[in-house]
Structures are given as structure tokens and as C-alpha cells.
Design a protein around this ligand. Structure first.
Ligand code: ATP
Length: 326
């Protein structure tokens, strides 16, 4: 069971397990490398995705995300490295490794003149059939029950994406890889996809989400990897990244005097002024101590709150790159 606290999904699901336990690793990539001509576009990538987590795979345009995912899904051959999926060596035995993996890599292509249900039937047949009731089950899961007899061509983009996810879920994958599932969707469509991802995660599925939409990633992912120039520059829990950049916003009756006093307090790393507010970089558990210092100096507090930074500003601070526009 996972929870949403302060905008970031906590590690409640994944933390139940020992982070290092090999059996809990659904995906392990080591030293993955791909070159196109003289250019190394994925350069010694290491990553680990643990059972039950939603893992965000992020990076600026051209960082190598699609290439890395294509190698994981056996669509592109790496020059070096290892890929282990659910305990199988994906390079030696691709079929076994991908048996319990579902993926949507682009907007799924379905027959526009067939209904959503018939499209799923075709897909199930192509994959050797689906158990009785499975089509109904996945349609319900993605919120398309009741609309399954409408023509695919009449679906909204959000419905098309959800039918794509239904198709990826047909064979009950343990690992689901979603590449930009919210791309191009309106706000309502984004909310539907976000809720669907959270529902799937809640049911215990492991999800890798590639996305440029950092506000979405922040709300659904437990951990993220940020790729830049083919290398992983960060791999961390979202909650940790957000709290690292958190600041305490303080408004007092005399900010100039307060700033002078607070600059002399050992556990306050930085005191910055923004208008009539002070922005303090300090440990989160020192709020009461701060109140005490201020009251000892007779300063009157109008406001004191902790403000986390969002994933987008973190992303910009380390990649120096704006997330790609839609
Ligand atoms: P975006 O977010 O823009 O989709 P990305 O992080 O998915 O980017 P990739 O598509 O993996 O990045 O591309 C990484 C780099 O590799 C890019 O510079 C791209 O031009 C290059 N590249 C990708 N595929 C090929 C190919 N088949 N031949 C040559 N270069 C390629």
C-alpha cells in the first residue's frame, strides 16, 4: 500500500522490503551502453527497480531514455551491459524475461473501425489467447467498462491511452513500462492516467514510468532516475529529493534584525531574504528550536512554514535543462 504525502508518493510499498534483497529486484540493469557511430547515447547505465514501486525514468530531450527502454524491451541491441528482468537474463533469454512485462512505448495502434473490446480480442488472439473474463477485468481496471463496444476511432486520446494500457495488462504483467502515457492529454485525461497508475501500483504492480511531465511524476513515483547525456546522474526516492531542497519560510516583525541573529545560529545553513520573508535552509526537525531563538530575541512571528521544492525545479537545478514541451 502506498500513500501520497506532501505531493510525493512515499516508499511505503517498496520500503517494506529490504532494499538490497536481490529477489525484490524486478529489473536490474548494469553497465548498459549503446553507441551510434562515434556517439555513446547510453553510457554505462545502472538502475534497479524494486517490486511494488513506481519508478520514474526522466531526462531532457536526447538523454537516451527511449534507447535505454528499447534495450530493456529487447528492441535494440546494446554494445555492453546486462539486463535482468524478474530473475531472467534478458539478453540471453529475451522471451522468458519479457513474459511478465507489459509495455506501451508509443500511442498504441489499434483498428479505428473496431470497438475497444474487439481490438482487445484481436490482441489477445495474437498473443495466444487470454483467460475467460480477462478482457472484462482489464476494461474495468482502466475505466472503460461501458464504453468497450464503441469504435476505437471515436475514443478520446485519454481513452485510447487507457485501452493501450488495458492491452499491456492482458497477460497480467508483473512489470509495466509506460512511455509518456500522459503525452498530449488534457488535464482531465492526465488525472485519469494518474489515478490509473496509482490504482495499478496499489494492486502491487511494479511500474516504470518515462515522462516529461514532472508534476505527474512527482505525484505517482516512489523513486526516480534522471538521465543526462546517457548517464544516470540521480537515482533517489522522490521524497528525499524534494526534502533536500526544502526551505523554511519565515515572516517576522523585523526581518533585518532576525536575519542577523539567524545567520549566527550554527544549525541554520543559509538565510536568504525574499521581500519581507526570510528563506532558511535548515534541518526539518528544528522548527521548535527556531521558534525559541526568535522568542528569546523578542521577535514576533507572523508566519513559519516549511516549503518543499518541486521535482521540476530540482530537475532544472541538476540538468540545467527545461523539461521538453508537450
Ligand atoms: P526524447 O525525450 O527527446 O525522446 P530520449 O531521452 O528518449 O529523448 P533517445 O531517443 O534515446 O533520447 O536518443 C538519444 C540520442 O541518441 C539522441 O541524440 C538521438 O538522436 C540518438 N539516436 C537515437 N536513436 C538513434 C539511431 N537509430 N541512430 C542514430 N542516433 C540515434
Amino acid at each position: 500500500m502506498t500513500a501520497t504525502i506532501g505531493g510525493a508518493r512515499t516508499m511505503a510499498g517498496a520500503a517494506r522490503h529490504d532494499a538490497g534483497a536481490a529477489s525484490d529486484l524486478v529489473l536490474r540493469v548494469t553497465g548498459l551502453t549503446k553507441r551510434y557511430g562515434a556517439r555513446t547515447v547510453v553510457d554505462g547505465l545502472d538502475l534497479e527497480v524494486r517490486r511494488g514501486e513506481v519508478f520514474g525514468f526522466l531526462g531532457p530531450n536526447g538523454a537516451g531514455k527511449t534507447t535505454a527502454m528499447a534495450m530493456i524491451l529487447g528492441l535494440v541491441a546494446p554494445h555492453a551491459g546486462q539486463i535482468e528482468i524478474l530473475g531472467h537474463d534478458a539478453l540471453a533469454d529475451r522471451e522468458a524475461a519479457l513474459r511478465r512485462v507489459g509495455a506501451i512505448v508509443e500511442t498504441p495502434t489499434y483498428y479505428p473501425y473496431l470497438s475497444g473490446l474487439d481490438n482487445l480480442r484481436v490482441l489477445a488472439l495474437a498473443r495466444g489467447g487470454a483467460p475467460q473474463g480477462r478482457l472484462d477485468e482489464v476494461l474495468r481496471l482502466v475505466g472503460l467498462k461501458g464504453r468497450e463496444r464503441d469504435r476505437f476511432g471515436s475514443y478520446s486520446l485519454g481513452m485510447k491511452q487507457r485501452l493501450g494500457i488495458a492491452g499491456a495488462l492482458l497477460h497480467e504483467p508483473e512489470l509495466l513500462i509506460l512511455d509518456e502515457p500522459s503525452n498530449g492529454l488534457d488535464p482531465a485525461g492526465m488525472v485519469e492516467i494518474r489515478e490509473l497508475i496509482l490504482r495499478l501500483a496499489h494492486d502491487g504492480r511494479t511500474i516504470v514510468l518515462c515522462s516529461h511531465l514532472l508534476a505527474e511524476v512527482q505525484q505517482v513515483c516512489d523513486r526516480v532516475l534522471i538521465l543526462a547525456g546517457g548517464r544516470a546522474i540521480v537515482q533517489s526516492e522522490v521524497a528525499t529529493l524534494l526534502s533536500q531542497g526544502a526551505q523554511t519560510v519565515l515572516r517576522v516583525d523585523d526581518p533585518t534584525r532576525a536575519a542577523g541573529i539567524l545567520r549566527g545560529v550554527a544549525w541554520i545553513e543559509e538565510v536568504a531574504r525574499e521581500g519581507d520573508a526570510l528563506l532558511l535552509t535548515m534541518p526539518p526537525d528544528r522548527q521548535f528550536a527556531l521558534g525559541q531563538v526568535l522568542s528569546e530575541h523578542g521577535l514576533i512571528v507572523g508566519e513559519m512554514r516549511r516549503e518543499e521544492r518541486d521535482l521540476e525545479s530540482y530537475f532544472l537545478s541538476i540538468t540545467g535543462d527545461a523539461p521538453a514541451p508537450l
